[in-house]
Each structure stands twice: as structure tokens, then as C-alpha cells.
Design a protein. Structure first.
Length: 501
């Protein structure tokens, strides 16, 4: 095992893996820096490329996109007061005032330092705890797996927008779509309606690209966003960098924010936005000058960036150890694992030890290259965000269509892409969650298999789910989780009404 771990950590030190990571980071920075384009869109577009490369090339590339896009969203937040991603709203609170004071370079360097620090902290945590947790979860049987996946489906409560009912219906529709094709248990052909193309089921990649990318393209085409012009930014001198004294003084803040982000990331369903807000709030609470927050404080940039990037590493803990995606991004990453023939869950550490630790090694390399590439390319990212939107989104559309077609060289996949694109735009207009639907689609086969196995063990008796202590405990947690989400949403709605009145 130790030899396999060392071999895995060293296996990513190849030109192919390093080049893939660098490409992923560059792509993530570019997509993250453009308002309206998120990291998950970049991952979706490049997901087809993982069909043609090894796991230690394709997956590290996607991880590079994931991590770099988190920082990329802070570039427009600081320079234009236009957050590229929801958690970057906190970064904009102090980053944009710093930029207006002529300290844009200091704000960008602070955001990059916080991002890399939080990333590294959570990666070390992932490497240390993932394998021991996977050993414990090996004791879980199909009955416990079924109830655990039910618990995981409560994740939709946190990503379903304002309406929990809409989120649950989207997840349910995703579960329904997962049943299309041949049943893995009975061999029956289901919901194909006479179309041979659907016998093997709905392809994941056209669905993901259609739901996540094309709706944004349609929205941007309708919005007609104009090009924004930036003033010249000085990246030299005292105002253009984060000094060693500032970094050393804020080390406790960075550790505290990274811990907050790591804890929140390890809990399925919470995501990066709560981590950023909690870290920002904690930084303001513990500051000696809280009244200066929102007016241009370096601490107000470091804290949210460290927290939201710390989420990226710890969010992979439930995915790798339990086979449960914690949010929509890790759901798509989980799809990449399936494409490579890897099934996330406790067995992956014993069946694919070298590959898993190769991926862990790539996470550390991602941090190093992220700092180097992002810092060296500040002027590049500044110019990218000024590109005309029609050029950017035309390119996104071309990549989306080519990516969907390249998997099976099938026009049917392109038709599916267009259909899901139209569906995704309608969902966006009416407040339905594409992320919830994707999570339901990916967890559907796992849920069905665990249920079938449980029914076989119990001879068709549903009592097996309450007779086993762990399964019963997970069902209770599921009920409490749903009740908690409903309570929080009702409370927020009540506060909103009070604020309006």
C-alpha cells in the first residue's frame, strides 16, 4: 500500500499531467474571470476530453479548472465590482474599494494568496482523512448505502433557489431520467419510446453542457452586456503587492478562514457561498477595526478567498469516501470519475490506490501552478475580461456542440444538447435548479442499485430500513435535514417580509 501511495504521488510528475493541470488552471482563470461564465461551465465543456486521456491527465485538468475558477471570480469582483461567482460578492465588498483607492494590485495579490492558502490547507486535510474515512465506510452495506444516498439528496435543499419544492421536483426528474435505458437489475428496457439511441440511457455530458452552458449563452445574448473599459492598473510598488508583514500579521485569519471553509465543504450541500460569508463575518467580528470593513480592508479579501477555496478540497471528502457529491461541481467531477471507469466510494482507495494518490498529488501541484500562472498573468486576465461578449459566448457555443458530438460521434447527442439547453433556460427563467437535477441524475443509478439489493436481502420487506441501527439513524438525519432546510427557508421568508414592511 505504501509503495502504491508513493508511486501515485509521483505519477503526476509527467509532462502530460503537468501540461493538463496548467491547461486546466489557465482555462479556469479565463472562464472564472468572465462574468456570467462559471467554473462548472468550463468543466462541462472540457469534460468530453477526458474520454481520450488517462485518469491522471483528465481528472487533474478538471481539478485545475475547479480551483482556478474560484480565484478567477474574484478578478472581476475586485476590478469591476462584478463578482464572477456568488462567493466573490464578499471579495468585492473590500476588493473593489481597494481598487478605487489605487490598490488593485494589492487586492488581487491578497485574493490569490488567500485562495492558494485555503486550497493547500483543505488539500492536506483531504489527503490525511479520506483514506481512514473510506475504511470506516467499507462497513456500510446496501441498506445503509440507500439511506445514505437519501440523506445526500437533501443537498438539493441548499441549491434549489428560493423554492424547496422546485428543487425536490428537479431532483426527482433527474432520478426519473436516470432510469431511461436498460435496467441494470432486471434487464428491462424502460422509457425509450422506440428510440434505439436511448437504450444505453441518456448521455451525461450533453445533459450537463445543455443544462449549465447553453442557458447562460441564451441569457447573455438576450442581455446584450456591453464591454467595460478598465483604467490602467499599477501592479508594482507598495500598492501593487501584498507585503510579507501583511501576510504574517494575517496568518491566524487565514488559518481560521481555511478551517471554516474546510468544515463547510465537508458537509454535503452547504457550498462555497456560506463559507465565504461566514469567514468574512468572523474576520469582521474579530478585527480590531471592524468599522473599516467594506471600505477597503485587506482582511476582507483574504478571509472569503481562503474560505471559499478551502471548500474545494474538503468537498471531495464525501465524494471520494461515500460516493456522494456535495454540490453541483463535485457531481460533474463524479461524472468524470465514472467516465474513467472509477467509482467514487470507499473501495476506490483499495482498488485504485495509485490513481487516487496520483490525483492527491495533482492537487498540490494545482496550488503551486495556480499561484505561478495567476500571478504571472494578471495583465492577461485583466484584458480577457474586456473581450466582447459576442466573441466569448460564440466560442462557448461551438465548444459545447463539438464536445457533445465528439463522445459518440452522434447527432442524437447534439439534439439532446439542444433539448437540455432549452429546458435549462426555461428552468432558469422560472427558478428551477439545474444543479439539483444533475445530482438526482448521477445518484439515481446508485440509489436504484442499493434499493434492489436491499429488497433482495429482505425478501421485499421495507422493515429492513428501520431494523438496522445505522440505516435508521441515517433516515432520522434525513428527516431532520429536510426539517432544518424548511425551517431556515420559512425564517428567511419571514425576515424578508418584515424587511419589506
Amino acid at each position: 500500500m505504501i509503495e502504491q501511495i508513493l508511486a501515485g504521488l509521483l505519477s503526476v510528475l509527467t509532462p502530460e499531467s503537468l501540461g493538463a493541470i496548467a491547461l486546466g488552471i489557465f482555462t479556469g482563470l479565463m472562464f472564472g474571470a468572465i462574468p456570467g461564465i462559471s467554473g462548472i461551465m468550463a468543466i462541462s465543456i472540457l469534460l468530453p476530453m477526458t474520454f481520450y486521456v488517462s485518469p491522471l491527465v483528465g481528472i487533474p485538468m478538471l481539478l485545475g479548472i475547479y480551483k482556478a475558477s474560484m480565484f478567477g471570480g474574484s478578478i472581476t469582483a475586485i476590478l469591476l465590482n462584478t463578482p464572477g461567482a456568488p462567493p466573490a460578492v464578499c471579495t468585492a465588498m473590500d476588493g473593489y474599494p481597494l481598487a478605487r483607492q489605487g490598490k488593485a494590485g494589492k487586492a488581487l495579490n491578497a485574493a490569490l494568496t488567500g485562495s492558494v492558502f485555503g486550497d493547500t490547507f483543505s488539500n492536506i486535510l483531504l489527503i490525511c482523512v479520506a483514506a481512514p474515512l473510506s475504511y470506516l465506510t467499507l462497513k456500510i452495506g446496501p441498506v445503509e448505502q440507500f439511506t445514505l444516498i437519501l440523506l445526500a439528496l437533501t443537498v438539493v435543499g441548499s441549491i434549489s433557489g428560493r423554492s424547496l419544492l422546485k428543487g425536490m421536483s428537479c431532483a426527482g426528474f433527474g432520478l426519473l431520467l436516470a432510469t431511461v435505458g436498460v435496467s441494470a437489475t432486471t434487464g428491462d428496457i424502460r422509457f425509450t419510446f422506440g428510440h434505439d439511441e436511448l437504450v444505453s440511457g441518456i448521455a451525461l455530458i450533453p445533459m450537463v453542457i445543455g443544462l449549465l452552458c447553453l442557458p447562460e449563452v441564451i441569457h447573455q445574448a438576450r442581455a446584450g452586456i456591453r464591454r467595460q473599459v478598465l483604467a490602467k492598473i499599477d501592479l508594482r510598488g507598495e500598492n501593487g503587492r501584498l507585503t510579507w508583514t501583511e501576510f504574517r500579521r494575517n496568518l491566524p485569519l487565514l488559518f481560521r478562514s481555511s478551517i471554516i471553509g474546510s468544515i463547510i465543504g465537508a458537509l454535503p450541500g452547504l457550498g462555497v457561498t456560506p463559507a465565504a460569508y461566514m469567514a468574512y463575518s468572523e474576520a469582521q467580528r474579530t478585527s480590531k477595526t471592524p468599522e473599516k470593513f467594506g471600505k477597503g480592508m485587506v482582511e476582507g479579501v483574504l478571509a472569503p478567498e481562503a474560505a471559499n477555496n478551502a471548500v474545494t478540497g474538503s468537498a471531495m471528502i464525501p465524494m471520494l469516501t461515500l460516493g456522494i457529491p456535495g454540490d453541483d461541481v463535485t457531481a460533474v467531477l463524479m461524472g468524470a470519475f465514472f467516465i474513467q471507469g472509477l467509482s467514487p466510494g470507499p473501495n476506490i482507495f483499495f482498488e485504485h490506490t495509485e490513481v487516487v494518490y496520483g490525483i492527491f498529488g495533482s492537487l498540490i501541484i494545482c496550488d503551486i501552478l495556480l499561484y505561478v500562472i495567476a500571478k504571472a498573468g494578471f495583465n492577461v486576465w485583466i484584458r480577457i475580461i474586456q473581450l466582447p461578449r459576442h466573441v466569448i459566448f460564440s466560442g462557448v457555443t461551438v465548444f459545447a456542440v463539438v464536445g457533445a458530438y465528439s463522445i459518440n460521434q452522434s447527432l442524437f447527442d447534439v439534439v439532446c444538447l439542444i433539448c437540455f439547453g432549452v429546458l435549462g433556460y426555461g428552468m432558469r427563467r422560472f427558478g428551477y435548479s439545474a444543479g439539483a437535477m444533475i445530482i438526482g441524475f448521477i445518484l439515481g443509478p446508485l440509489l436504484e442499485r442499493a434499493f434492489d439489493q436491499s429488497m433482495t436481502i429482505s425478501d421485499g420487506s421495507f422493515l429492513i430500513f428501520v431494523e438496522r441501527p445505522i440505516a435508521l439513524g441515517l433516515l432520522i438525519l434525513t428527516a431532520l435535514s429536510v426539517a432544518s432546510v424548511i425551517h431556515v427557508r420559512l425564517r428567511n421568508a419571514r425576515f424578508a417580509k418584515m424587511a419589506q414592511s
